[in-house]
Design a protein around this ligand. Structure first.
Ligand code: PEP
Length: 249
């Protein structure tokens, strides 16, 4: 059985006090669930979030990290720094990192490798842009992103990887891929991994969908057989919406 996950990517939202308030509300309202629930607040709130959630099943992830162990990388954060505050999960490759901060497949492959070397869990994001879909290139683009960043991994490393398929045209736009579009892509992702590695790895990897998941569409998207949960942006900032999405899984 694959692990189901609902993860909230808070992006550059919520200061320390606001983070504490939202986490308190989430922890109090979280329903019983067999799914993993993860939140990714901003770096400055991570340590306090870990402490606040020490008695909760809600896990804490970072939104990014640098590939180097340490050194002259002003403004950056290393895997060891995250691990030192008990954060062992990191989102890598979010489309905003790619489009706004110039992160390409080569850099992302390095980040994934360093996170895995430190035994961290990686939520690896990828997905096509609108033009790719309009020109019917979306499958090719997604396959290439996967291959470039992840296909040099050893087979055993896949147990530390969670994939998040996030069509860029659906992120923060209110436009959602239809459940059928999500299923079609998730099935292709699984097939690509089965061909490059094996059917067991492909069958075991959790693949999240991300892109304007809301309480009113989560259930239908999550009902698809190859969709194992969601990476949630906007709706993860509102306690009741996020809780409804957790209930939908
Ligand atoms: C995201 O940023 O990963 C995301 C899916 O955002 P939203 O849910 O707001 O589209």
């Amino acid at each position: 059985m694959r692990t189901k996950i609902v993860a909230g990517n808070w992006k550059m939202n919520k200061n320390l006090e606001e983070t504490e308030a939202l986490l308190g509300e989430l922890a109090a309202k979280l329903p019983d669930t067999s799914a993993e629930v993860i939140v990714a607040p901003t770096f400055v709130s991570l340590s306090s979030a870990v402490q606040q959630l020490s008695q909760s099943v809600i896990q804490v992830a970072a939104q990014n990290m640098h590939f180097a162990e340490n050194g002259a990388y002003t403004g950056e954060i290393s895997a060891d720094m995250l691990l030192a505050i008990d954060v062992d999960t990191v989102i890598i490759g979010h489309s905003e990192r790619r489009s706004l901060f110039g992160e390409n497949d080569e850099l992302l492959a390095k980040k994934v490798k360093s996170a895995l070397d430190k035994n961290m869990k990686v939520i690896f994001c990828f997905g096509e842009e609108l033009d790719d879909r309009k020109s019917d290139n979306h499958f090719k683009v997604v396959e290439t992103q996967l291959k470039n960043a992840l296909f040099d991994l050893t087979a055993s490393a896949w147990s530390q990887i969670v994939l998040a398929y996030e069509p860029v045209w659906a992120i923060g736009t209110g436009e959602t891929a239809s459940p059928e579009q999500a299923q079609e892509m998730h099935a292709l992702i699984r097939k690509t991994i089965a061909e490059a590695f094996n059917a067991e790895i492909a069958g075991n990897v959790t693949i999240l969908y991300g892109g304007s998941v809301k309480p009113n569409n989560a259930k239908e998207i999550f009902s698809k057989p190859d969709v194992d949960g969601g990476l949630i942006g906007g709706a993860s900032l509102k306690c009741d919406d996020f809780i409804e999405i957790v209930k939908a899984i």
